[in-house]
Ligand binder design. Structure first.
Ligand SMILES: Cc1cc2nc3c(=O)[nH]c(=O)nc-3n(C[C@H](O)[C@H](O)[C@H](O)COP(=O)(O)O)c2cc1C
Length: 365
């Protein structure tokens, strides 16, 4: 019997040859001077073009958006040219690729911003350890964005989306999750503003909606997705509280109005992440499926059989795999044949050059 995972599906304007999506994966193999995608990255993504859809690693929309070393950007001509080499290589192999647009907000360090603090909705330190060439420094109290500065960030996302199309991407995904800038606006832990960007659900979703509207001016909405991961507790400085589920229900309801290509929804996948909160959802996908009026990509801790079962249960339209794609460039073929998977090497997730990046074995190699 054919696996449903291997059948085609349409997500808005994106026609996927199968439902095995490659989740966005920051791998820190970029040139660190101009944040330009490297030749190594071209080969890495081309190796994984068997995915129904590749979501690129988080790609920063401006220098201000940066939170890590060796991560790519998409504001300069040089970066667009670098990404063009990547998207051409994926398309030549029959793949599809969207660009994940990222702003880290307060999950960043002064050393990435000429000694100045990073930005956030409010001046609240997430108290988190970050990665940098100098080790694992602690975060600092960020600068609270003014309303004019928020308008500047919205414009940065608009430019990044236009650049993504110029670079040959098939669309874009807003990284509205994982404790980064959008999540900071949604979360009461991080957003204590008393203007139109803080307080009510509507106000805390305002920045997100403004970005969707700005991006929609340069990219059709049916090529745009967004990523949500509501159940982040004690991770990246955000928590799950009594307001979390109602807030994210509001975000999904607002996103419904735009006719997006998809909602990319992560389950809690970190061990013990939800242990000490009574406000957790045990099944994020089942909760949000009936609320989302758009195709849904499920992610977080799935293997072939649990992903297939998810599709059969009608709880999603495609399944995104993260760590499995790191270690298995021919993941779709392995699923088709029921072949065992290579285990991922954690030590080379964020560094190591070609090792742990380009050298995972395929079934045919
Ligand atoms: C090395 C690594 C890098 C990641 N980078 C990103 C990223 O850039 N953007 C993002 O939204 N999620 C990122 N994630 C989260 C993954 O997309 C995914 O949600 C997570 O790995 C759970 O899926 P899995 O259980 O299939 O691995 C990253 C995860 C890993 C392990």
């Amino acid at each position: 019997m054919t696996l449903q995972l291997l059948t085609p599906v349409r997500l808005g304007a994106l026609a996927l040859k199968n439902r095995v999506v490659m989740a966005p994966l920051t791998r820190c193999r970029c040139d660190n001077a101009g944040y330009v995608p490297s030749e190594m990255m071209r080969r890495y993504y081309a190796q994984r073009a068997g995915a129904g859809l590749i979501v690129s690693e988080g790609t920063i929309v401006s220098p201000q958006a940066r939170g890590y070393p060796f991560t790519p950007g998409i504001w300069s001509d040089e970066q667009v040219a670098g990404w063009r080499r990547v998207t051409d290589a994926v398309h030549e192999k029959g793949g599809l690729i969207v660009c994940q647009l990222w702003h880290c907000g307060r999950l960043s360090l002064p050393e990435f911003h000429g000694g100045k603090p990073p930005v956030a909705p409010s001046a609240i330190n997430p108290n988190w350890k970050m990665f940098s060439p100098s080790g694992q420094p602690e975060t600092v109290t960020p600068h609270a964005l003014t309303r004019d500065e928020i308008a500047g960030v919205v414009a940065d996302f608009r430019r990044a989306a236009a650049n993504a199309l110029a670079a040959g991407f098939d669309g874009a995904e807003i990284h509205s999750s994982n404790g980064y800038l959008f999540h900071q606006f949604f979360s009461r832990d991080a957003n204590t503003r008393d203007d139109e960007y803080g307080g009510s659900h509507e106000n805390r979703a305002r920045f997100f909606c403004q970005v969707l509207e700005a991006v929609g001016q340069v990219m059709p909405f049916d090529r745009l997705g967004c990523r949500l991961n509501p159940m982040m507790n004690r991770f990246h400085g955000v928590n799950v509280d009594a307001d979390t589920v109602p807030m994210w229900e509001h975000v999904v309801a607002r996103a419904n109005a735009y006719g997006l290509a998809y909602l990319h929804l992560s389950e809690a996948f970190m061990p013990r992440q939800l242990d000490d909160t009574p406000h957790a959802l045990s099944d994020v996908g089942a909760h949000f499926r009936p609320l989302a009026k758009m195709p849904l990509i499920a992610n977080g801790g799935f293997d072939r059989d649990t992903g297939e079962a998810r599709l059969h249960a009608g709880l999603c339209d495609a399944v995104a795999y993260g760590r499995a794609w790191i270690a298995n460039p021919d993941l779709v073929e392995r699923f088709a044949r029921g072949a065992p998977l290579n285990p991922p090497d954690l030590a080379t997730f964020y560094s190591g050059g070609e090792k742990g990046y380009l050298d995972y074995a395929t079934l045919s190699a």
